[in-house]
Design a protein. Structure first.
Length: 190
């Protein structure tokens, strides 16, 4: 996805204020604006569509509960991503001792949910899915937050609690690996 094609999710300060005041429809507006990015992030974390949907619902419930205590510091998407990340970590800490389950994410669902429309063939969709499977979870998350969510590297660094240079390094290394994998038809040397 080219930078010119990427749309940054912009959450207006006034929208957050309307939600805090309990204005009808304001929270639904926030949901419509942000649910795809949060879902893509959670899908990247879980690699499981059903778990990602459950965590998305739990994340929005937590956002709704905490919205009144939100302090406007100009980064509502980063705040929401942190809540989603915490929901993911809480869920998987509870399941840490259980058998790890990996569910194949259907390529058409991945395409639809993260907005990669325009893939013309099943082969292209499968290739995209395979490429994302070759990345580590943190690297996928960085790409999702930056390329799909339009977040800045400093916002991603804050969420991941990493130095910004590390985030940038992981982003460029991962995109380079994805490009290389694509050129090789989905085969990676990992």
């Amino acid at each position: 996805m080219r930078n010119s094609e990427r749309k940054k999710v912009h959450i207006d300060k006034k929208l957050m204020e309307r939600i805090q005041k309990g204005q009808n429809g304001a929270f639904e507006e926030l949901y419509e604006l942000t649910n795809r990015v949060l879902y893509a992030y959670l899908l990247s974390c879980t690699k499981n569509a059903e778990d990602a949907k459950d965590l998305l619902q739990e994340s929005f419930l937590q956002i709704y509960k905490d919205i009144r205590s939100y302090k406007n510091m100009g980064k509502p998407m980063a705040w929401m991503m942190t809540i989603a990340k915490n929901q993911f970590l809480m869920k998987y800490r509870k399941e840490k001792n259980e058998k790890e389950q990996t569910v194949y994410v259907e390529s058409d669902e991945l395409e639809q949910q993260i907005g990669c429309s325009g893939l013309e063939s099943v082969e292209e969709r499968l290739l995209i899915t395979k490429m994302f499977e070759t990345l580590e979870t943190d690297d996928r998350n960085i790409i999702i937050m930056h390329a799909v969510g339009g977040m800045k590297f400093n916002e991603i660094a804050e969420i991941m609690q990493w130095p910004m240079g590390t985030v940038i390094s992981h982003y460029y290394r991962s995109t380079k690996m994805l490009k290389s994998t694509f050129r090789k038809g989905g085969q990676n040397e990992k």
